[in-house]
Design a protein around this ligand. Structure first.
Ligand code: GLN
Length: 541
């Protein structure tokens, strides 16, 4: 039987609730408790696969091919576990199940209602996911902020669970922003107080309050939060801005959160073992490098959080400070000279994943700049595909080569729909998703990086390199270094000299702070080994 920690949020979304949830998990995990995490997203979408990453952050893909909320990425990275589709619950999924049950006749004679039918389904899912995971403690994070209409049924279900589960089985943690007034520098707790009131109005008194603030919380602010939030001052914690998110578990540990959780959940007080974690928090850099990341959602770094974290993992393990320069691929199309200069002076370029025509020519141009100047390049998914378009156009001489995603009538469809995608109508959850094996070719960069022949990486794509063009691409020097197991699909490609590595997969999803993703790690290591001289680079070959 699992115990539960429910995390709610107040004042604003995107205050780092996912990282706090993961950090609470870590505090218990280092005490040898088995921990899992579940994210509730109260929107009607069935999953986050159909949402715009610019508004909602990255779509995180699990081993089993679910397109989930980016917070699952934080849970996996902090806790070192693989989650599956059941760990991301949405309103869309709950309603779909309840309506299917109603049509099947499971509720014959009854009026089907939000309470109890929807709330029962929510509770069933939470309990069954927790129980299947075998966790001692399941941490359940409710997305959005208290007061949103759409999260009400979920909060109601959690309220009911507090009554139904035995004593010492449930802890409510409320995380809310404490803004600082820029003129007086005063930390204002009123919005947080209101969000606690909103929770209490629907029958939930949080046990613990975690204030999110830019700077450490003042004693006065803490006391006010305790008084108006109806908790003791020692039940108020503070997560302030830190440059390295992996420090947050230790920040909360230092404030005594573990002792409190152990008391409230009546857990055995075990000694923590932080030794494998603590080195992640040491930011003593020996080197510094600059990496340009080219994408169309680059104004919201959350759109590429797993890639950003994969680089952070390389940074931690190689003791190198990575300056990430996020470049909007459309500005390359406009020949913005400052942006072109950023590319030319970077130690490496990463072409980011994506969809559609907007900004694609800019990505193609960035590949050209990298190739012409021997700037190390890593192309991920769409970055892989567009690099192959660049190579087909400028090396193989197929002038109008393109992906059919952008130009369905191109004379040279070097990137085309996967065959099994051709007759698909539904867009939700139908890409080639999740973990697939890849067979690497010996004596290639890819093989060197991974050090084994069969590897597994996660995927999210509808298009692939068209096998009709395999021969011409190879004839012109593109090295095919990884295929799907049956040998039909190109998974890795590279060029002979320097570091020019392309992959159809998304290795970033499996990157962990203490086990960085091989391609990202290898890219940074390559820069360090060949600290590129700052020669003036030219724009075209
Ligand atoms: N748009 C491309 C495809 O669907 C690449 C997707 C991606 O980068 N994740 O194949």
């Amino acid at each position: 039987m699992s115990k539960y920690i429910f995390i709610t949020g107040g004042v604003l979304s995107s205050v780092g609730k996912g990282v706090i949830t993961s950090s609470i998990g870590k505090i218990l995990q280092v005490r040898n408790y088995k921990v899992t995490a579940i994210k509730i997203d109260p929107y009607l979408n069935f999953d986050s696969g159909t949402m715009n990453p610019f508004m909602h952050g990255e779509v995180f893909v699990t081993e089993d091919g679910a397109e989930t909320d980016m917070d699952l990425g934080h849970y996996e990275r902090f806790l070192g576990i693989n989650l599956n589709r059941e760990h991301n619950i949405t309103t869309g999924q709950i309603y779909e199940t309840v309506i299917a049950k109603e049509r099947r006749g499971d509720y014959l004679g009854q009026c089907v209602q939000i309470i109890p039918h929807i709330t029962d389904e929510i509770k069933n899912r939470i309990r069954s996911t927790a129980s299947k995971s075998g966790a001692d403690i399941a941490i359940v994070e409710v997305g959005g902020t208290v007061g949103d209409i759409e999260s009400l049924p979920f909060l109601e279900a959690l309220r009911q669970m507090r009554l139904e589960e035995s004593n010492h089985s449930i802890v409510f943690v409320h995380v809310a922003l404490v803004p600082t007034l820029s003129i007086s520098g005063e930390q204002k707790t009123k919005p947080l107080q209101h969000s606690v009131n909103e929770l209490r109005r629907i029958g939930i008194q949080p046990d613990i309050i975690i204030a999110r603030s830019a700077k450490p919380l003042s004693i006065e602010a803490r006391n006010k939060i305790a008084l108006f939030g109806n908790v003791r001052p020692e039940y108020v914690f503070n997560s302030y801005d830190v440059e390295n998110i992996y420090k947050i578990p230790l920040l909360l540990e230092g404030q005594g959160l573990s002792k409190l959780l152990i008391n409230l959940l009546a857990l055995e007080n075990r000694a923590p073992d932080w030794k494998d974690w603590i080195y992640l928090c040491d930011n003593k850099y020996v080197y510094e490098v600059k990496i340009a990341l080219v994408g169309k959602y680059s104004k919201l770094v959350d759109s590429y959080v797993s890639i950003s974290e994969a680089l952070n993992h390389a940074s931690i393990n190689l003791k190198v400070k990575i300056n990430k320069i996020w470049i909007d691929s459309e500005s390359i199309e406009n020949n913005d000279s400052e942006v072109i200069n950023q590319l030319l002076t970077s130690d490496a370029i990463i072409i980011l994943p994506g969809f559609g025509a907007r900004g694609a020519e800019g990505k193609i141009k960035a590949v050209n700049i990298a190739r012409a100047n021997n700037i190390p390049l890593l192309g991920i998914c769409y970055g892989f595909q567009l690099a192959i378009v660049e190579f087909a156009r400028n090396v193989c001489g197929l002038k109008d080569a393109n992906t059919t995603e952008i130009d369905p009538n191109t004379n040279h469809p070097v990137i085309d729909l996967l065959p099994e995608q051709k007759n698909l109508i539904n867009k939700g959850g139908t890409m080639r998703l999740g973990s697939y094996p890849i067979k690497l070719v010996k004596n290639t960069l890819a093989y060197d990086i991974y050090g084994s022949e069969i590897i597994y990486e996660r995927h999210r794509h509808r298009y692939e390199v068209n096998p009709d063009y395999f021969e011409i691409l190879q004839k012109h020097g593109l090295i095919f270094s990884g295929f799907s197991l049956e040998g039909k699909r190109l998974e890795f490609a590279e060029l002979k000299n320097g570091f020019f590595l392309l992959t159809q997969a998304h290795p970033e999803f499996k990157s962990r702070p203490n086990k960085p993703s091989p391609p990202y790690f290898a890219l940074v290591k390559y820069i360090l080994n060949n600290k590129i001289s700052k020669v003036i680079r030219k724009e075209y070959a």
